[in-house]
Design a protein around this ligand. Structure first.
Ligand code: GDP
Length: 473
């Protein structure tokens, strides 16, 4: 487990060149360490003596100097924030240096030499949690804010950081705790000592509240994690052209993530607030000995692994081929959109009826597929394709405009467990089962909800959560 009584330090800004970079310290010696390393310009007023007496929460201009050699490490602005009104509830010091990695590392090294310890990943936020500044769901939201890929994802993370989810979870938990207290009194005392009270309305209310929270969870998870869509199809149908079109049309190209396998590439699009990770096999050089057809199938298989959605690209300017059929079969029940490409080459033919007809002949189960005619060359149909992707992602559930409350699979799982126990308790109550059996289910529900806010989270769980953070957060 994390220790809380030493002083930790880390570079809190990303590695690389930046206008400024920040070294952050927290713990009992933070200000003493700063004082030993900091000097002010000699022109400063006598009321601000060299290297001490920091005005709380005020940026002070000066230099970080190696106390042994007298060498200046960097010109900085430093701020001291006294406990307890800080992120970690301990003294916090931030040193704003120039954002070069060598300068920041020198400041970091000097802090370490003065007795600070290098922070573990997420340790600043872990201190905020352990000292009661944030609950667990709020602490997790810190990372979600940093990692948000779209405005909606960011809004959801900011709401969670502000405690919106925690407030709701605590409210349900409180209802259950009160019912539980009543049941336990009934177990401990004779019946006539405890006035009878109806618990069913409370349990029903808790169940409804949990159901409402769970209703938006899948949508919320999609906003936070994004959706993986595989672009598949035989060579030359226009997969790369389509990917490039989608990337250009997308309002925000967020990141280039290296592919999860050697054979795939990934790009993230922002489609109406949902980060859509396109997994593509384009641009991968083809070994001369590979038969073209087999290659298409193997690459499609790689792209499909782990994808939530498939975009099957077909060339409508030619009859569909056996290779198209083999790839279509790989989809195997996955939500899919048939992208009928190259419609600019068609005269009067209707690409929809043609493709659907052939696929029926192939006895593919296309009932739930969307068919979208596009031209990757001219851009025609691209908007309809984006609509179809979002529609398929939400499977007909309308994307509400407000940010969802539940965005993490961990929270969803805990809410589901709590709801199952509440339902079990209600069934048992209706069947007039012994009170102590009811109490077991309600205790489990209270426990599950406490795992979201951290009231009942195990040390292992807490450590696992913070291990996902980067150093400096
Ligand atoms: P991939 O092998 O599936 O990635 O296919 P490419 O994107 O490399 O495209 C193969 C060829 O088809 C290229 O010459 C493209 O310019 C062309 N192409 C792609 N999409 C269209 C389209 O919508 N209309 C026309 N006329 N040509 C296209």
């Amino acid at each position: 487990m994390y220790s809380l009584d030493d002083t930790i330090v880390a570079i809190s800004t990303p590695v690389g060149e930046g206008g400024i970079g920040i070294v952050r310290l927290t713990g009992p010696d933070a200000v003493a360490i700063l004082t030993r390393l900091f000097t002010r310009p000699l022109t400063s007023t006598p009321s601000t003596p060299l290297g001490s007496g920091f005005q709380p929460r005020t940026l002070t201009y000066g230099h970080i100097v190696d106390p042994e050699s007298g060498e200046v490490a960097d010109e900085v602005l430093a701020v001291y924030m006294p406990a307890p009104r800080t992120f970690t509830r301990q003294d916090v010091v931030e040193i704003n240096g120039h954002g070069g990695i060598v300068a920041l590392r020198r400041i970091l090294a000097l802090c370490l030499r003065q007795g600070a310890r290098l922070a573990e990943p997420g340790e600043f936020t872990a201190r905020a949690f352990l000292n009661g500044r944030l609950d667990l769901a709020q602490a997790e939201a810190v990372l979600d804010v940093v990692r948000a890929k779209t405005d909606t994802a960011l809004q959801a993370a900011v709401d969670q950081l502000a405690g919106h989810l925690s407030d709701q979870v605590r409210a349900v938990r409180q209802v259950l705790v009160e019912v539980l207290a009543y049941l336990e009194a009934r177990i401990d005392f004779a019946e006539d000592e405890i006035p009878e009270r109806a618990i069913e309305p409370d349990l029903a209310r808790a169940g409804e509240h949990l159901t409402a929270l769970l209703a938006s969870a899948d949508r919320g998870i999609m906003y936070r994690q994004g959706v993986r869509a595989a672009i598949v199809g035989r060579p030359n149908v226009g997969k790369s052209s389509l990917l490039n079109r989608l990337l250009r049309a997308s309002r925000a190209i967020v990141t280039d993530i290296p592919g999860t396998t050697r054979d795939t590439l990934e790009e993230t699009l922002n489609l109406q607030g949902v980060p859509v990770v396109l997994v593509d096999t384009a641009g991968i050089s083809q070994a001369a000995s590979d038969p073209v057809e087999r290659l298409g199938i193997e690459r499609s298989r790689a792209a499909l692994a782990g994808a939530d959605l498939a975009l099957l690209v077909l060339d409508t300017s030619e009859p569909l081929t056996d290779a198209d059929r083999s790839i279509a079969r790989l989809l195997n029940g996955k939500p899919a959109i048939a992208v009928l490409n190259k419609i600019d080459l068609l005269n009067d033919q209707n690409p929809m009826t043609q493709a659907q007809g052939v696929m029926h002949d192939w006895s593919l189960d296309i009932d739930h597929w969307a068919f979208v005619p596009v031209s990757a060359l001219t851009g025609e149909g691209l908007e309809a394709l984006e609509e179809a992707i979002v529609e398929t992602v939400f499977s007909g559930r309308v994307a509400a405009s407000e940010a969802p409350l539940v965005t993490s699979p961990r929270h969803k799982e805990a809410l589901r467990r709590a709801l199952d126990h509440v339902d079990a308790a209600r069934t048992a109550h209706r069947a007039c089962v012994e009170v102590d059996l009811l109490a077991i289910d309600l205790t489990a529900a209270v426990q599950a909800l406490g795992e979201i806010t951290g009231q009942t989270a195990s040390e292992d769980l807490v450590e696992t959560i913070f291990a996902n953070f980067c150093v400096g957060k």
